[in-house]
Design a protein. Structure first.
Length: 378
């Protein structure tokens, strides 16, 4: 499945004389079997693209069905475009909630509950892109100085895996006694650095700048976990907040505008960041290291010590800061569930995103028709 508009139209869409391949709206509505293409200018195309966006925004189940039928690589191709368009129409949270519920329902009936909200799922991809878009400022304020300090310090060494310490850093002549001494120094340094990160993350001072939409997704994840996997509530919430949101920013800070534009982490700095992210992740899910990563088992006491404080952080995170606790009749984040009348301002949506969605529509017309027919019969 390609995101190129050329594949959808069977011809070029660029060049002079306008450039918007256009489909008759009846094709998207499912009333005719074919897409009719021609090459008018933007203004003539606007109403048809508006109709396309309206159809998907008003019925998120159609898009959910298409996303769930895709391979992980295809979801990756379309995720950013979908998040952009649905954010602009105010329908992104209903879409994410629909994807999350399907993920929990389908996994609850399978033998693979451990794969719940795995990184390749549509729910994880879409929610991950969305919180990345809305959480940039929070990440910069929360972690910017800590990450910059690590990246800009060429002498900082947090490596605790013996083979990597020897080969990656070209220390082949080191004897066993000196190796163990250096590794022990790095273990202490890694724990000290991770402790600084944890204390910053759980600091109540920063709660006020956490995007409320992120907290709403975490809260909904918690509700679904309580319903379908009661013993995994905090680990699943932690998987969303730490693994899908904070860890990627720690490992690739240059992609989140956390670092100056001209600063890219060196391989050594990147490895330091990876080790930190790994340790924070296990503190959040409570999983102790074992035979799979023997070199990390020395961190198990650290994981046990810090697990409760991260769990407490996550328990507070899922509470609505605008909803009084235990207030009669209050429903946390209820205002975010209320969707205003849809008003699509097509000129404010990136043309490239519209082309990408258009390509998805074209490639999936049969599935859309079947979905609408099935819904009509019910």
């Amino acid at each position: 499945m390609s995101t190129s508009s050329n594949s959808a139209s069977g011809g070029t869409t660029g060049g002079g004389g306008g450039g918007w391949a256009q489909a008759q709206p009846s094709a998207i509505d499912g009333n005719v079997p074919d897409v009719v293409w021609y090459r008018p200018g933007f203004m003539e195309s606007a109403s048809l693209y508006t109709r396309m966006v309206e159809i998907f925004s008003n019925d998120v189940e159609i898009l959910r069905m298409l996303l769930l039928s895709m391979k992980p690589r295809e979801v990756e191709e379309y995720a950013q475009c979908i998040v952009s368009i649905f954010t602009s129409t105010g329908r992104i949270l209903p879409l994410i909630k629909s994807l999350l519920r399907h993920e929990f329902e389908s996994r609850a009936l399978s033998l693979h509950k451990s794969d719940m909200l795995r990184g390749s799922s549509a729910a994880s991809k879409i929610s991950g892109y969305y919180v990345r878009n809305i959480g940039g400022e929070y990440l910069q304020v929360l972690l910017g100085d800590l990450i910059s300090e690590i990246v800009l310090n060429p002498d900082l060494d947090l490596e605790i895996q013996p083979t990597k310490f020897v080969s990656f850093y070209n220390r082949r002549n080191i004897d066993e006694e000196e190796l163990e001494q250096k590794l022990e120094e790095n273990r202490q340094r890694l724990m000290e650095t991770a402790q600084i990160f944890i204390e910053r993350i759980i600091d109540r001072e920063f709660f006020t700048i956490i995007p409320r939409e992120l907290r709403a997704i975490a809260a909904y994840t918690s509700q679904l976990a309580q319903e379908y996997s009661p013993g995994q509530v905090i680990p699943l919430v932690g998987g969303f907040v730490i693994l899908r949101f904070l860890s990627p920013a720690i490992v690739t800070p240059e992609s989140y505008n956390i670092l100056p534009a001209d600063v890219i982490p060196t391989p050594k700095a990147r490895r330091n960041l990876v080790l930190l992210a790994k340790l924070l992740q296990n503190c959040s899910n409570g999983i102790l290291y074992g035979a799979k990563e023997i070199y990390m088992t020395c961190m198990n006491d650290f994981v046990l010590r810090n697990g409760p404080s991260i769990s407490q952080f996550l328990e507070v995170l899922i509470k609505d800061p605008l909803s009084p606790e235990n207030a009669i009749g209050s429903r946390p984040f209820s205002d975010l569930d209320q969707t205003a009348p849809l008003q699509v301002k097509i000129q404010q949506i990136d043309i490239a995103d519209l082309f990408t969605l258009h390509s998805l529509v074209y490639m999936s017309l049969n599935q859309i028709h079947q979905k609408k027919k099935k819904k009509k019969n019910h």
